[in-house]
Design a protein. Structure first.
Length: 403
């Protein structure tokens, strides 16, 4: 285990400090001299020097040579384990001191060595930007290294804008689904806020009155067709489409409502601002608007029929059927229509590897819907013996459970 190189501050060289260490050695012995050095290094915020002094203290107290003759792996047990524990504790102490001083990047360089990232994550959650260079480093640690991706994404949006935030989301999305969803919901909120402010400004200028603060974007644009001239738009249209595309991942009702607003606005733009999208959202904003309305629990039957028709067309054309099926499964599953979702998945997604799915697996759907018989039949057809055994065991347990 190798500690990070750091030069937060230079080692104290003042004569008074050297004198103090000499006096401590004379009056209290080696341990007192090292304790004096530790106190001086802590006062100077010399993080690397402090780590060296703490390790020196561990070597003294464990009876090891003060100057290491070789790697720690050469130390005999049980002393080696004791020394490594003390080494980890020293790194922890230095890293936590860095965080307490507000130096998140320095704290990260130490604590990541011992894989103790929660203190860094807590510091990032509490971080209040005050320096552009430090903020950039915090964003890198939080989002790109995955220590606290949601807060990192918030900082990206706030300090660098939607374009870098969208690029980051596309190139290195958070590993955890909950973090991806949270980032998408924050992107939606930011775009919705900016778009609404731009629309309100134009309405206020033209009508000489400010719309009600409670009015949604859909309410603002209804019966105001003049907002949508041939060259008119109120927000970067590529950012708008990216937010709408990602919005199918949103879970919070407020985020979905804002996404519906964005899609409603987008479908009224001039044709040259409505870019094509992959199936099943070929009609971009109109399709997303219908889908999001279904996710919100409104007009679910209409949305289901639309995307069933898209799936049927994709099957006839021999193209894009899996993408259409996955979108339909998500729509049905999120509205509690599990039996219908099982039917679609079993007919169209049985041969798709689980890693390629953007919807719940067939096993998950069958389990939740209480249709382990369907899972058993599919597993038998694919000679998936483990899945077949799991389904059969589940069925047997269900039949043997009273009531």
């Amino acid at each position: 285990m190798k500690p990070p190189a750091s030069a937060c501050v230079q080692a104290p060289e003042a004569e008074a400090e050297i004198t103090r260490i000499d006096q401590a050695l004379e009056t209290g012995g080696p341990g007192a001299a090292i304790d004096a050095a530790i106190e001086l290094l802590e006062a100077a915020d010399d993080h690397r020097g402090l780590l060296d002094a703490l390790v020196l203290k561990a070597r003294l107290e464990l009876g090891l040579p003060l100057v290491a003759p070789g790697p720690s792996s050469a130390i005999p047990e049980p002393t080696r384990t004791e020394f490594e524990d003390r080494y980890i504790a020293a790194i922890r102490r230095v890293g936590e001191r860095c965080l307490a001083a507000g130096d998140i990047p320095a704290g990260w360089t130490y604590l990541r060595v011992i894989s103790e990232l929660e203190p860094v994550a807590a510091a990032i959650r509490a971080y209040q930007p005050r320096d552009d260079e430090i903020t950039g480093q915090v964003i890198e640690i939080a989002f790109h290294h995955g220590v606290e991706p949601v807060r990192g994404f918030e900082l990206l949006l706030e300090y660098h804008g939607a374009c870098p935030a969208i690029s980051a989301l596309e190139q290195s999305p958070p590993r955890e689904e909950s973090a991806r969803v949270a980032c998408v919901e924050r992107l939606i909120a930011r775009l919705h806020r900016d778009l609404r402010a731009s629309i309100v400004a134009e309405i206020t200028e033209r009508e000489q009155s400010t719309p009600a603060a409670a009015d949604s974007i859909s309410q603002l644009i209804t019966e105001r067709g003049w907002l949508f001239g041939e060259d008119s738009y109120h927000i970067d249209v590529s950012h708008l489409l990216a937010a709408v595309r990602y919005s199918v991942l949103a879970k919070a009702p407020a985020a979905i409502a804002h996404a519906i607003d964005l899609a409603d606005y987008g479908k009224r733009l001039a044709a040259r601002f409505r870019y094509d999208c992959p199936a099943p959202f070929q009609d971009s904003y109109a399709d997303y608007h219908a889908y999001l309305t279904g996710l919100a629990g409104r007009s679910v039957d209409e949305a289901a029929r639309l995307f069933e028709a898209k799936l049927a067309e994709a099957v006839r054309e021999g193209d894009d059927a899996p993408a259409c099926a996955m979108a339909l499964v998500n729509l049905l599953e999120r509205n509690g229509r599990l039996l219908a979702a099982v039917d679609v998945a079993s007919r169209h997604l049985a041969e798709i590897p689980e890693a390629a799915l953007s919807c719940p697996t067939i096993a998950q759907l069958c389990t939740r819907a209480g249709r382990l018989d369907v899972l058993a039949d599919l597993a038998r057809g694919k000679r998936d013996l483990a899945a077949y055994a799991a389904a059969r065991i589940g069925l047997a347990r269900t039949r043997s459970t009273p009531g």
